[in-house]
Design a protein around this ligand. Sequence first.
Ligand SMILES: Cc1cc2nc3c(=O)[nH]c(=O)nc-3n(C[C@H](O)[C@H](O)[C@H](O)COP(=O)(O)OP(=O)(O)OC[C@H]3O[C@@H](n4cnc5c(N)ncnc54)[C@H](O)[C@@H]3O)c2cc1C
Length: 434
Amino acid sequence: MPTEIFAPGFKSRPWWWEAAEPPDRDNALPRQTRVAVVGGGYAGLSAALTLRRLGHEVVVLDAERIGWGASSRNGGMVSGGLKVARGPLTQRYGEARAKEIMAACGGSFPFIEETIAREGIDCDYKRVGRFVGAWTPKHYRVLEAGAARIAEMSGLPTTMIPRERQREFIGTDHYFGGMHAEATGSLHPGKYARGLAAAAERAGATLVDGVRVTRIEKNIVYTDQGELHAEQVLTATNGYSLDKRGTANPWFARRMVPLASYIIATEELDPALIEKLFPKLRMMSDTKLVLNYFRPSPDGRRVLWGGRASFAQETPEQAAPRLYDTMCDVFPELRGVKLTHAWNGNVAFTFDYLPHIGRQDDIFYAGGCQGSGVAMATWLGHNVALKMAGAANAPFALDDLPFPTRPFYNGAPWFLPIVGNWYRLKDRLERAAA
Ligand SMILES: Cc1cc2nc3c(=O)[nH]c(=O)nc-3n(C[C@H](O)[C@H](O)[C@H](O)COP(=O)(O)OP(=O)(O)OC[C@H]3O[C@@H](n4cnc5c(N)ncnc54)[C@H](O)[C@@H]3O)c2cc1C
C-alpha cells in the first residue's frame, strides 16, 4: 500500500463532513402519522418537504443519520438527466415517449435551483457548467450526436469543444476534445443535505434517525424500535436498500443495483494551479465506461476526484491509490500531492437505466438515479409526494413505468465484479485503438 500518498492525519470519511457532518437527532419514534418516509436522503427529504407544504403530516426515518447515505457523500455535481439523455431512449421507447421521459428528467435541474433559492439553502451552489471529456475520437462523435438532445432537454446550450480548444476548458490534453454543457451546477452536498433537512423540519416534518425499518405491511412500518402506523409509506432507500441486516422493501431492493462510488480529496493546493486545471472552476467528467468525475472544492483549494475505483467490496484506503493514479494520468502536475480524505458511498442503478417513482403493493417508491441524483433524487421526491397527495396536475413520465428486475436477483449484485472487469477491458481496448 503506497502510504506516501496519504497526508498525516488522513481520514477515511467524506471531506464534506468537515463542514457539514450529518448531525444526530434525538427525536423519539412517533406511533402514528399520515405519511412515513423510509430513507432520509435527498429523495425522502424532498418528498417530506413537498408533503408538508401540501399540509400532510410526515415522519422521515433513517437507519443511520438523516443525510448519512449518498446524499452527504457525493461529488456535488448538479445536472439534470445528462446520463438519461445520452442513453438509448428512442430505440427502447420510441420518439414520442423518449421525449416525454427526457422532459421529465430535464425538469430536475430548474427544480433544484428553485428549491435552493426558495428555501434559502446555504450550500455553495453555483451554475458553473460541466466539461465531459471524450475518451476516444469515437466517443467525441457520440457526444456530438447527443449534444442537441441535451440542449433541448435542459433548455441551456451545449457546445462541442474540439481537442485544439480543450485547454480553454480543462488543463490537460488527455481527452479527444469534449462537450461543455451549461446546465450543470456545483454545490456542497453535505450542506445541501443539512439545508434540505432543515427546510423539511421548518415546514413541520419530523425527522427521526437511528431507526431501521425491517418490514412494511399495509399501514404498519415495523422498525427495530417498534411500530409506526401510517396511511401511506414511501421507500426512498436507493443504493442502501439492502444490507446484511435485510431490507425494508424486498420488491424495491430487487430493482436497485447498488454500486460503490469512491472519492479522494487532495490537501490544499495553490489556487492558481486549480484554476489552471479547472478553468472557471467547472465540473468535469469523462465518457469512460468506468467513469471519472472530478471537480475543485467549493473554496477552489482542493481537487476532489471520484470514480468507480472498485466493483468489489474495498475500503476507501484500498481504492485510493487507483483513483490517485488515474487523477495523475489526467493531471500529471498533481503527482506528489497528498490526500487528506477518501471515502465511498452507494449509488443505485436500475436494469433499464432510468430513475423511477411509483407505487407497488400500496407502498410508494422513488429512486434509481444511475449515480446522478443530486438534482434527480430531489425531483423524484417532489414528484412522488405530489402523487401521494393526489396533487399532481400533469402526468410525470417516470411514474409507474415498467420496472424490471432479473430472475433470482435479490438486491445483492454478485455480477458487478464481472461487469466491472469487462468495462475496464473495453475502456483499455477502445483507447488503444483510438
Ligand atoms: C460517492 C458518490 C458520488 C456521487 N456523485 C454525484 C454527483 O456528483 N452528482 C450527482 O448528481 N449525483 C451523485 N451521486 C449520486 C447521488 O448522491 C444520489 O443519487 C442521491 O444522493 C440519492 O439520494 P437518495 O435520497 O435517493 O438516497 P441516499 O441519500 O443514499 O439515502 C438513502 C437512505 O436510506 C437509509 N436507509 C436504507 N435502508 C433503510 C431502512 N431499512 N430503514 C431506514 N433507513 C434506511 C440510508 O441510511 C440512507 O441514509 C453520487 C453518489 C455517491 C455515493
